[in-house]
Design a protein around this ligand. Structure first.
Ligand code: 3PY
Ligand code: MG
Length: 253
């Protein structure tokens, strides 16, 4: 599960993930049967706790799909733990400074890049590697992704991208808009104009450019702008939109 996706993602191939906020492993099993490439279990705004991450990684891996985890704010220590559970990488919200990025890397990468503690109980069997093999390849295979979602993060973008061990950045368009507009809107025009810049700086740094896309049209636009790691909508949105679409198709007859 770990071995396949990271090199493709690093090469900039389109990778379509989604945010999972509903922690039931049956829901993840169902989504794992779709053409989505991976999942991001959301411990920040979704209902995922550690037990749900553990069960969710199992459900996703039944279909050979990687599962990332978005951490709560200021919970970097959880990063090593979810990697030990077999998560393929960590998406960390509100990485605003070089110090934030370095702290993230310290939890995710083994020395010499970081200071991750050894104990990949679940990660080793899921990776199909031996313990020495996992130690040798974990820094390459498990991803540290820093969310860029404030004006401060935007100002520090190049420095954050330059931190060794940061594999990529991931735009949170809503928080970025809230920050850039001083709390005025979720839909600031300034975000749209920052999107090309962020993708271009990430690609120049040789790092992954990721973003959350609220709908397919936005995802297509982001892919055109150079984003390759796209979280396409959220699990509950898929359910609601499919249900409303089906109901409308019947009522409109
Ligand atoms: C944001 O838009 O702020 C996000 O975090 C998307 O998940
Ligand atoms: Mg956000």
């Amino acid at each position: 599960v770990l071995a396949d996706f990271a090199p493709t993602l690093r090469r900039g191939g389109l990778h379509l993930s989604t945010f999972c906020q509903l922690p039931d492993p049956n829901a993840i099993e169902a989504l794992a049967k779709t053409k989505l490439d991976s999942f991001i279990f959301d411990m920040q705004h979704g209902m995922f706790d550690e037990a749900a991450v553990l069960a969710g990684v199992a459900a996703a891996s039944l279909e050979g799909k990687p599962a990332f985890v978005r951490l709560p704010v200021d919970a970097g220590g959880l990063a090593s733990r979810v990697l030990d559970f077999g998560a393929a990488g960590v998406v960390c919200p509100m990485v605003n400074t070089v110090a934030d990025a370095e702290r993230l890397v310290s939890y995710i990468k083994f020395p010499p890049i970081g200071a991750r503690s050894w104990g990949p109980r679940r990660a080793i069997p899921l990776s199909g590697l031996s313990a020495p093999g996992y130690l040798a390849r974990a820094n390459e295979l498990t991803l540290a992704i820093a969310m860029i979602e404030t004006r401060q993060a935007l100002d520090n973008l190049d420095a954050i991208l330059a931190v060794p061990g940061v594999d990529g950045v991931f735009v949170g368009p809503s928080d970025l808009s809230v920050s850039l507009s001083g709390g005025a809107t979720l839909d600031s025009a300034e975000v749209a104009s920052a999107l090309d810049h962020i993708a271009a700086r990430a690609r120049t740094a040789g790092k992954i450019a990721g973003i959350f896309a609220i709908n397919p049209a936005y995802a297509v636009d982001c892919a055109t702008r150079g984003y390759s790691f796209i979280a396409l909508m959220q699990d509950a949105m898929f359910m609601q939109q499919a249900a409303d679409g089906a109901v409308a198709a019947v009522r409109e007859k």
